[in-house]
Design a binder for this molecule. Sequence first.
Ligand code: CA
Length: 220
Amino acid sequence: MRLLLVEDDTMIGESVQTGLRQDGFAVDWVQDGRAAELALETNPYDMLLLDLGLPRKAGLDVLTALRRRGASLPVLILSARDAIADRVQGLDAGADDYLVKPFDLEELAARIRALLRRQSGRADPVLQVGSLSIDPATHQVSLEGKSIALSAREFALIHALAARPGVVLSRAQLEEKLYGWGHEVESNTVEVYVHSLRRKLGTEFIRNVRGVGYMVPKQA
Ligand code: CA
């Protein structure tokens, strides 16, 4: 899952980016409101993590413009403004959640997972595809009750596909979900991970739709 973090405080930005990357998210980080808008126009994100006090364009203005354009991606505000009026204003401007600084990284990651779950119309925190179960919180994957060890990228790939069963994702879309900025992506990377996942999970969970991409079938 690929997130855009908008945060002008370098210390907070670095620690959030590092922490969420360790949690398996691809995280792009920008430090002002205009850079945020440019990034949102040019990259597909699964979620926006938005500070309010930002140079060049305020977070609330970024959010308002985003919703006016009809963008539906989940937005989580991260702000030191803790007054009830600020939280109400942020949520009423179209944010889906509001976390007051300083916050705990574990709580942030849990809120992100909750928003991604709701975005995809699920309530159950564990993804189930037939006999395969995927837990985004613990990164545990099991097949017929037996635990399967996956690398971080393998997990990210099967998670991205299983979060939207029946939907074909192209190689480019999968690369977007696996890597943020600053990563060199080898041209056959996705194929390599698909191959190793099939070796570990069996071939029925990841279908190759020739010329289009990959999908996890609804009923595997
Ligand atoms: Ca700020």
